[in-house]
Design a protein around this ligand. Sequence first.
Ligand code: DQA
Length: 144
Amino acid sequence: MQVLVLNGVNLNTLGKRDPTIYGTLTLNELETQIYTWGHELGLTVRCRQSNHEGEFIGWIHDALGEMDGVVVNPGAWSHYAYSIRDALDILTVPIVEVHLSNIHEREEWRHHTVIEDVATHRIVGKGAQGYKEALEFIAQGGTA
Ligand code: DQA
C-alpha cells in the first residue's frame, strides 16, 4: 500500500514553533518516525512538505490513481484553503486529516477546517502519535 503524508505551510518550522503546542520534534525527526511506523505497518510511505499552495495541490493531484491513502496536515491552510479541499475531494482513497495540536481548544478560527467534510477520518491533539494512528487507520482499510 502506498501512502502519501503531506505537511503544509509552516510545518517545516517544527521544533522551533511553540513546543508547548507543537512538541519538540523537528519535521525531519517527525518524518523519520513516520517512515519507521509505515515500514512496521508494511506501508510504502512518501512524506512531503511545502509552504507553496500550488505545489501542495500538485502533489495531491499526483496521488490520484497512485496512492492508496493520504495523511494530510495542511497547517493554517486547513482553515481557509478551499483549493486544497477541492483537490482532496478528487481523490477516492481514504484521507486522514491530522493536527498536532487540539484545534478545538485553541482560537475560535482554528475550530473549523474546510477539509473536514472531505476527510475520511481526523485525528487532532495527539502530536506525532496522530500520524501513527493515521497510518494504522489506512493500513486497516481506511474505514471507521
Ligand atoms: C496545525 C493547526 C493549525 O491551526 C495551525 O495553523 C498549524 C498546525 C496542527 O498541526 O496543530 O500550522 O495544523
